[in-house]
Write a protein that binds this ligand. Structure first.
Ligand code: ATP
Ligand code: NI
Length: 380
């Protein structure tokens, strides 16, 4: 198939320059989103999911800096860096924005809101408490589409109806605090959809909601996604959410994507021990008696990531070689939708010929090689 991806992220790197050192929050991630596809970005807290989402929109605040990578969207360069050629002056090459990269002004007027919308976990951060919900949606529509007051209002009411808010005319006149958490999240979805963007980036929009309301919102998203053919990048730490709505999944650990596959492949032919650990820590409807196995240890700091494979100190399958070799993302299986492959960054696979088989197993928390919980708790 010669279809081009809608969004293409290549080797994206975002760092925070703090007093304690450089936080490599997003450290060279690559993934694609095709039209109408729901793509998950999943991982524990601190993995770099939100920073990745904000980077794509070029909304990273100081001290954060996008230091490298390419992001293209519908053929436009949202982010693109190239090395300067300073062979004459003798200066070391520098990374500079490439010719053709959209300006800040173009990002604001042509991309954000119109083409790519973003929804956050806390709707109260996106909604102004002193204005009515309706006026905020109307204003957003007016800002991005050439519509009269009247038409924009009608559209806003229509969108509220569309996301399942009862009595939308009445609700239009109400303030954000008069809405429940789930209803507020519906409002944000209405706002995001109002400009018919091709892509919506959703950063844990259902995490704060109770399970029933979350389920309703996920159903709504699936319904709207089918109707409008909007693509989504869905940020979550919850494998249950991934199972429910995603087509394709990227698993992040400490700034890197460590596994990438179609959702069924990821669940039934898991290739990375970290993904396996995430799945084991999640309740499964098909295993009623199974105990949950939380992942051992905590994710290390992104300032000083472990050597070799970043997951090796917590990995039940870690061997000596894992401490030395930093695995890139390699193909471990074919047959994805749209001809895409299953990739994993783990040297236990044949795609890596670095001597995993003959390497000595490592003793760590996950392999039971030393006591867990140095504070005394785990030593029973
Ligand atoms: N403003 C900042 N200054 C310094 N470090 C930051 C800043 N924002 C994020 N980071 C760091 O970047 C890394 C990635 O953070 P990010 O918020 O993307 O994680 P996340 O995967 O979204 O986690 P969560 O599930 O908790 O939202 C973390 O180590 C975090 O501490
Ligand atoms: Ni986040």
């Amino acid at each position: 198939m010669s279809e081009e991806p809608l969004l293409k992220v290549e080797n994206l790197k975002t760092q925070f320059f703090t007093e304690d050192g450089t936080v490599r929050a997003v450290d060279g991630i690559s993934f694609e989103v095709y039209e109408g596809e729901l793509v998950g970005l999943v991982g524990e807290s601190g993995a770099g999911k939100s920073v990745a989402a904000m980077s794509i929109m070029r909304l990273v605040d100081s001290p954060g800096v996008i230091v490298d990578g390419e992001v293209t969207f519908k053929g436009e360069t949202l982010i693109g860096y190239e090395e300067t050629d300073d062979s004459e002056s003798g200066e070391p090459p520098e990374l500079v924005p490439r010719e053709g990269m959209l300006s800040e002004e173009e990002m604001r007027t042509q991309v954000r809101g119109r083409e790519i919308a973003i929804i956050f976990q806390d709707p109260m951060e996106s909604l102004n408490p002193v204005f009515t919900v309706g006026s905020q949606i109307r204003e957003f529509i007016e800002l991005n589409r050439e519509l009269s007051d009247e038409a924009a209002k009608a559209e806003a009411v229509e969108m509220l109806r569309e996301v399942g808010i009862p009595e939308p005319e009445k609700r239009y006149e109400q303030y954000p605090h008069q809405f429940s958490g789930g209803m507020r999240q519906r409002v944000l979805i209405a706002m995001a959809l109002a400009c018919e963007p091709s892509l919506i980036i959703a950063d844990e929009p259902t995490t704060a909601l109770d399970v029933t309301v979350e389920g309703q919102i996920l159903d709504l998203v699936e319904e709207l996604q089918a109707k409008y053919d909007t693509a989504f990048v869905w940020v979550t730490h919850d494998m249950g959410v991934v199972a429910e709505i995603c087509d394709r999944v990227n698993v992040m650990y400490l700034g890197e994507i460590i596994e990438q596959a179609d959702v069924d492949e990821l669940f039934y032919d898991t290739a990375h021990p970290y993904t396996e650990a995430l799945l084991a820590s999640m309740p499964r409807p098909d295993e009623t008696t199974g105990e949950l196995n939380p992942i051992r240890g905590v994710m290390p700091e992104a300032i000083n990531p472990p050597s070799g494979c970043r997951f090796h100190p917590r990995c039940p399958e870690a061997r000596e070689v894992c401490r030395r070799v930093h695995p890139d993302l390699r193909t471990v299986g074919e047959d994805g939708e749209r001809g895409r492959v299953h990739r994993a960054a783990c040297v236990k696979h044949d795609a890596f010929d670095v001597g995993y088989e003959g390497s000595e197993p490592l003793e760590n928390e996950a392999t039971g090689g030393f006591e867990v919980g140095l504070t005394g708790e785990g030593s029973r």
